[in-house]
Design a protein around this ligand. Structure first.
Ligand SMILES: [Zn+2]
Ligand SMILES: [Zn+2]
Ligand SMILES: [Zn+2]
Length: 168
């Protein structure tokens, strides 16, 4: 069972812990699979994890170029590698990347994307995955990959605007 409550972390959570966990997971996972987490790949992962806001490839490139010489193809390849290893997910609707909260478990992701703070939270619900696959199967469709992107308002932003009158 996975916890769904509080998919969005509180504003004052210790994000350094998130980053630390993500990097440790990545090292562990790549070590297990014999995949090479080079310095650049590690740094790109760290940049994706800079916040819970999905980040575009171009922004990563820009940040990286401030620290080192990085050619665009290198950054795109690093992002591809991280995707292959399940360390980051690509959100098509935003054309951006977000770090995976549970790369040890192979899964397809479901994402809640807040339109106000632009953060994304991953929920991993096998029931949703299975339901979608079975529905597709009944329609004669064989699902290879699925990423569900749901937009809305997170609990924090909802609370913040909750007391005010909402003007359309
Ligand atoms: Zn965090
Ligand atoms: Zn994930
Ligand atoms: Zn929000």
């Amino acid at each position: 069972m996975r916890k769904h409550a509080q998919a969005f972390k509180s504003v004052d959570h210790d994000h350094a812990c998130c980053v630390n966990d993500a990097l440790q997971n990545a090292e562990h996972l790549c070590g297990q699979k014999g995949a090479r987490l080079t310095g650049l790949r590690r740094r790109v992962l760290e940049l994706v994890w800079e916040s819970h806001r999905p980040v575009g490839a171009y922004d990563i490139l820009e940040a990286l170029m401030k620290e080192q010489r990085a050619a665009p193809p290198t950054v795109y390849r690093a992002l591809e590698f991280l995707q292959e290893q399940g360390l980051v997910h690509r959100l098509a609707s935003l054309n951006a990347f977000v770090g995976c909260v549970d790369p040890q478990t192979p899964h397809t992701g479901q994402f809640l994307i807040c339109g106000m703070c632009r953060e994304a939270a991953e929920i991993l619900d096998e029931n949703v995955t299975t339901m979608l696959r079975e529905t597709a199967l009944r329609a004669g469709f064989d699902v290879r990959r699925q990423t569900v992107e749901i937009t809305g308002t997170c609990n924090r932003c909802g609370q913040r605007s909750g007391n005010k009158e909402i003007h359309p």
